[in-house]
Design a protein around this ligand. Structure first.
Ligand code: NDP
Length: 329
């Protein structure tokens, strides 16, 4: 690699107008950190889309190299846990938001933010999973901690054609759950069935204000959508069930009532991937290595080039991306 390396940089002018460019950086430009990584693969998450389009104030340090997650190889380390040549994964911890991130051939970060990549997952597979897939796993682990086992009844996944949704459907079905997938893209029903969904619901049935309590349809839920959709998921959750909430694709509001909680003992489980402690991250990644069918991962992923990242970021915000995209460097 030459002295300089390619990167995507988001900048803001005096009038706070945002621009995005492909540029060249050098090592001395990188932010502080005790581990330097040659980025091998990255991906496009919804949050990356928000950062690049400027649709939400994701970026909080200017200029910013976006990209909230990468897989790569350590090229320099002052951290005792990591040596040159180690294969690592990073997601979250404000990378791509407050600390320069994944959309560059090199990243310098805190070793505390890294985990070793499981041997059975390649760098490309790790980013096909990405923060979205890892979040799907965190949601399922949250349901398991609440004893939502396959014999309790179906699990609903909202925003099922998205990154979190497709991975959640795949893992849940491999674990033996009956999966109900809600989507605005019902034309993708066969794709979702191939991933393991047994029933497809039109998201329109869930996206408007509904009744405080409805028919008990599922024991658990993985909600990527928030707003009225999450309120309706809660209203139709069986007695003692639980819903893991991770997303806000429809909205960050939650227009619900206390009824599902106080009359059916339903639990709402919050899931955050960004600051999740290392032990939980390691558990999630080793569960992904075991419980995600890599053939299904391939079928839900699209490979793109580094130069396509900016366009893909706009597409994800417009809901045009199915499943996951992965970019190799
Ligand atoms: P994607 O954009 O890949 O998927 C979101 C899906 O939600 C879309 O594919 C679409 O599914 C559905 N959707 C989009 N817009 C709307 C809308 N207006 N109304 C109803 N449904 C909609 O994003 P990800 O899967 O990567 O992320 C999903 C959510 O989870 C995002 O809000 C993201 O910010 C959040 N997230 C949170 C994390 C955390 O730590 N808590 C970590 C990762 C993601 P379909 O086409 O099937 O209808």
């Amino acid at each position: 690699m030459s002295d300089t390396f390619k990167a995507i940089l988001i900048s803001r002018d005096e009038d706070k107008k945002q621009s995005v460019e492909m540029t060249q950086l050098s090592d001395s430009d990188l932010m502080e950190g005790d581990v330097t990584v040659a980025v091998e693969a990255t991906t496009v998450n919804y949050k990356d889309g928000l950062a690049i389009t400027g649709k939400s104030p994701v970026v909080r340090h200017w200029p910013m190299v976006p990209g909230i997650d990468f897989a790569g190889k350590v090229t320099a380390s002052d951290n005792p846990e990591f040596s040159v040549g180690d294969d690592v994964i990073l997601n979250g911890f404000g990378v791509g938001e407050t600390h320069w991130g994944a959309y560059a051939e090199k990243a310098r970060v805190k070793g505390d933010w890294l985990i070793h990549r499981p041997d059975s997952i390649s760098a490309t597979q790790a980013m096909a999973i990405g923060t979205a897939g890892y979040t799907a796993m965190l949601c399922i682990m949250a349901l398991e901690r609440h004893d939502i086992t396959p014999n309790r009844g179906p699990v609903v996944v909202t925003g099922a054609n998205g990154g979190v949704g497709t991975v959640a459907v795949s893992i849940l079905s491999k674990l033996g759950y009956e999966v109900i997938a809600t989507t605005r893209r019902t034309s993708e029903a066969d794709f979702l069935k191939d991933l393991g969904a047994s029933q497809i619901m039109d998201a329109a049935e869930m996206s408007e204000a509904g009744r405080p309590m409805g028919k008990e349809l599922w024991a658990g839920g993985v909600d990527c959508v928030g707003s009225h959709t999450l309120a309706n998921v809660l209203a139709q959750t069986k007695y003692g069930g639980a819903v893991a909430a991770c997303g806000l694709a429809q909205g960050f509001d939650l227009p619900t009532t206390v009824m599902p909680f106080i009359l059916r003992g339903v639990s709402l489980l919050g899931v955050d991937s960004v600051m999740a402690p290392k032990s939980i991250r390691q558990e999630a990644w080793s569960r992904l290595a075991r419980d995600l069918d890599m053939g299904k991962l391939e079928s839900l992923s699209t490979e793109i080039g580094f130069d396509d990242l900016i366009g893909a970021a706009s597409d994800i915000v417009e809901g045009k991306i199915r499943g996951r995209v992965v970019a190799t460097l």
